[in-house]
Design a protein around this ligand. Structure first.
Ligand SMILES: [Zn+2]
Length: 285
């Protein structure tokens, strides 16, 4: 009887385990031919993970102390290395979490912008790079690479420095194309850099990371008329929300506006269309 009970218990355990495998979400973007974009909810700070069938690209790492959130998500997805880490610029809400990420997970390649700044976060990033035996590549010319079915182009700032908002305007801009689906990440580009993007005639994109946490700039009018995104993501916070003028403009040209301050955003591309999923945080009682 005891043996039988053990057997039944084991059989039940196996059934539960099988059910869990079916019920729990499978590792993202593992389905062949799919690409997942995960937009972290970090307040007024940026981090985006792009997971293809072949590997992962991480754009920015949020603030210092937010590296753990990124690492936890990567772990949940079964991701144990980053193929390319892109640091758009060196403001603390973009490079802050990079030191932690570099210390805890292998990174094959690091791309960075040309505008270093002396800050605690930047120094920690440099130490972590050295510790990992990595040398970051400063992008000064248009750079392309592929990862699985996804094709990336990184656009450097066209100037060595900018009189106005030099750090934000030095943002690397990344375009990613997966089949017919296209994505544009703009860092914290402000007027000078936005003007360059419009002049470069980058064209239409299905997804847009709205520049600089949704802060209004007049040049957004030309940029958004060019991009005409199906989905636009803004990384702002309750304390420092996006500008209403930016939202009003997006309402005219974008299919869907998503705020990461309301929850993480997942966008899945099958190469011909996007599926958008956001789990909205429950409102505080
Ligand atoms: Zn920023």
């Amino acid at each position: 009887m005891i043996t039988q009970r053990v057997y039944i218990r084991r059989a039940v355990s196996v059934i539960i385990a099988l059910l869990l495998i079916v019920l729990l979400p499978l590792p993202a973007a593992k389905a062949e031919g799919e690409v997942l974009l995960h937009c972290f909810s970090l307040g007024k700070a940026d981090s985006f993970a792009i997971v293809t069938g072949e590997g992962t690209v991480l754009i920015d790492c949020g603030e210092s102390g937010q590296g753990d959130i990124i690492l936890e998500w990567l772990k949940q997805q079964g991701i144990d290395r980053i193929d390319t880490l892109i640091i758009t610029h060196f403001d603390k809400d973009h490079v802050g979490g990079a030191a932690k990420v570099l210390k805890k997970i292998p990174v094959s390649r690091v791309l960075q912008s040309n505008s270093p700044k002396d800050s605690k976060e930047y120094r920690k990033y440099l130490s972590a790079l050295a510790l990992a035996g990595l040398e970051a590549e400063t992008v000064r010319e248009e750079l392309t690479f592929t990862l699985g079915d996804a094709a990336f182009t990184v656009y450097p700032p066209e100037r060595e420095s900018y009189a106005k908002d030099p750090s934000n305007n030095s943002s690397l801009v990344t375009a990613m194309r997966h089949g017919e689906c296209s994505f544009l990440f703009t860092g914290d580009a402000e007027s000078g850099r936005l003007q360059e993007l419009v002049e470069e005639k980058l064209g239409q994109f299905d997804f847009l990371q709205v520049p600089h946490h949704g802060v209004w700039q007049t040049q957004l009018i030309s940029l958004l008329n060019m991009v005409q995104p199906e989905a636009a993501v803004i990384t702002s916070s309750e304390k420092e929300p996006e500008d209403q003028a930016t939202v009003s403009l997006l309402e005219k040209v974008a299919g869907q506006i998503l705020l990461t301050r309301e929850g993480e955003v997942d966008i899945l591309s099958d190469g011909s269309s996007l599926s958008v999923c956001q789990e909205i945080f429950a409102a505080a009682a």
